[in-house]
Design a protein around this ligand. Structure first.
Ligand code: TXA
Ligand code: MG
Length: 371
C-alpha cells in the first residue's frame, strides 16, 4: 500500500494528479522542481516506492539499504526473488561505500562513462542488504545522468535500488504513462519527466572478472567499452539466438521471460531485401489464418508492407532512434490488439546489439532467418 503523501505542497496542484492512489507529478527534466523532488525523497526515506525517469528507462526505486523497502519493489513488480537490483548513486564516492576491492578498470569506466547508461558489477560491501542483490556477493551500481534521478538520489540521502518500472516480463517503460499502466496503485508516486532519451536499459558489465564481461548490452556500446578497456568479453546471452535457460545464466535476469508483448511475435533476420520478402510471405499466411497482424519495421521498408497495423522503429541508419522507440512501439502494438507481431531484425553494431537483444527476447527467441 502506498505510504501517505501528506506533505504535498499546494503550489504543485496544477501539475499533479492521483491514479488509483499513486501520485503523478510532472517535473521539468532540465530544471527539476525541488518541491516535487522533496515529496518523492521523503517517500523514499519513509520506505516507500517512487518511480522516476533515468536517461534509459523509468525505474521503480526504494532505499537500497532498507530490506523492507526493497522487498516492496519485488512485490509491486511481481519480480522473481532471485533477480538482483541495480543500485543508483549520485556521487562516485558512494561506489566505495557499496563495493569492495574495486579494480582500476572499474574506476576507469566510472570516471569515463558516469553519469550514464552503464552498470558496474562489483563485489558488494556489507552495508548492502542480501535482498537488494538477491543473495549474491556482488552488486550492480550505476550513476544515471537524468537530472530528476540525480536530484532524487541526492535529496533522499541514500542509494536507490531500482529495476525498470514495468510489471515483470513486460516491455520496460519509457514514459510515465507506461509506469502508470503497469504499476498504478502499487507505487506511491511517479515523477514524470517526459519520454526517456536512450530508450533501452543500461549496459551491465561484470567487473569482478579478469577480463570484464558484458552481461547485458545496453545504452553504452560494446565498441565504446572496448575502446576504453582494450579487452572486453560479451557473455553468450548478449548475442544468443536461444533462451538463456539453455546457457549458464550469469545475469540472473537474463533467464526470465522479458520485454514480452501480449501478442505472439516473430523476428525475421537477414539481408533487408530477403527480410522484406519473407515478412510478406508470413503476413499472407497470418492474414489467411484470420489473424490481426502488426508489423514492426523501419522507415526504409515500412511502406512496402500491407498489414493491419504498421509501425516504424525509425531509420535503419539511426540505431539511437530505433532504441528510443522500441519499447513504446511494443506497447502500442499490444494496445492495437494484434494477434501477431512480425518484426525486422536490426544490425548488431553499436546500440543495435541492445535493440536486437531486446527484440529476440520480446519474440521469445521465435527467430526466422530469411535467405
Ligand atoms: O537502465 C537500467 O539499467 C534501468 C534503470 C532504471 O536504471 N534498470 C534496469 O534494472 O534495467 P533491471 O532490474 O530491470 O535490470 C537489471 C539487470 C537484470 O538483468 C539483473 O539480473 C542484472 O541487471 N543485475 C543486477 N545486479 C546484478 C548482479 N549483482 N550480478 C549480475 N547481474 C545483475
Ligand atoms: Mg527490467
Amino acid at each position: 500500500m502506498p505510504v501517505s503523501h501528506r506533505r504535498v505542497s499546494p503550489k504543485l496542484k496544477s501539475v499533479r494528479k492521483t491514479v488509483k492512489g499513486t501520485l503523478w507529478i510532472k517535473v521539468d527534466p532540465r530544471k527539476p522542481q525541488i518541491d516535487a523532488i522533496r515529496i518523492a525523497a521523503n517517500i523514499i526515506r519513509k520506505g516507500g516506492l517512487v518511480a522516476f525517469p533515468t536517461e534509459t528507462v523509468y525505474g521503480i526505486g526504494a532505499n537500497a539499504l532498507d530490506p523492507k523497502a526493497v522487498a516492496g519493489i519485488f512485490r509491486a513488480k511481481g519480480r522473481p526473488a532471485d533477480n538482483p537490483m541495480i543500485v543508483h548513486i549520485v556521487n562516485r564516492k558512494d561506489l566505495h561505500r557499496l563495493a569492495e576491492g574495486i579494480s582500476q578498470a572499474a574506476e576507469k569506466l566510472a570516471a569515463e562513462f558516469w553519469p550514464g547508461p552503464l552498470t558496474l558489477i562489483v563485489k558488494r560491501s556489507n552495508i548492502v542488504p542480501e535482498v537488494t542483490v538477491a543473495g549474491l556477493d556482488t552488486v550492480g551500481v550505476r550513476m544515471p545522468s537524468n537530472r530528476i534521478a540525480l536530484a532524487l538520489i541526492r535529496e533522499s540521502g541514500v542509494p536507490i535500488a531500482a529495476p525498470s518500472a514495468n510489471r515483470a516480463g513486460r516491455p520496460s517503460p519509457t514514459t510515465a504513462q507506461h509506469v502508470i499502466d503497469d504499476l498504478a496503485g502499487k507505487i506511491d508516486v511517479v515523477l514524470d519527466g517526459g519520454p526517456t532519451r536512450v530508450g533501452v536499459e543500461s549496459t551491465v558489465i561484470d567487473m569482478t572478472k579478469r577480463v570484464p564481461q558484458i552481461l547485458r548490452p545496453g545504452g553504452t556500446s560494446f565498441e565504446e567499452l572496448k575502446a576504453a578497456l582494450g579487452k572486453v568479453m560479451l557473455h553468450p546471452a548478449t548475442f544468443s539466438e536461444k533462451p538463456a535457460t539453455l546457457l549458464r545464466a550469469r545475469a540472473p535476469g537474463m533467464k526470465h521471460r522479458h520485454y514480452a508483448p501480449k501478442a505472439e511475435m516473430i523476428l525475421v533476420e537477414g539481408k533487408p531485401d530477403e527480410v522484406l520478402k519473407r515478412i510478406k510471405e508470413l503476413v499472407a499466411v497470418s492474414l489467411a489464418d484470420g489473424k490481426r497482424v502488426g508489423i514492426l519495421a523501419t522507415d526504409e521498408s515500412i511502406s512496402s508492407y500491407d498489414a493491419d497495423v504498421l509501425r516504424s522503429l525509425g531509420s535503419r541508419n539511426d540505431l539511437a532512434e530505433m532504441a528510443r522507440n522500441l519499447f513504446r512501439l511494443l506497447r502500442e502494438l499490444d494496445e492495437e490488439k494484434v494477434d501477431i507481431i512480425i518484426a525486422e531484425g536490426v544490425p548488431s553494431q553499436g546500440l543495435g546489439l541492445a535493440v536486437l537483444n531486446r527484440l529476440r527476447r520480446a519474440a521469445s527467441f521465435n527467430i526466422v532467418k530469411a535467405s
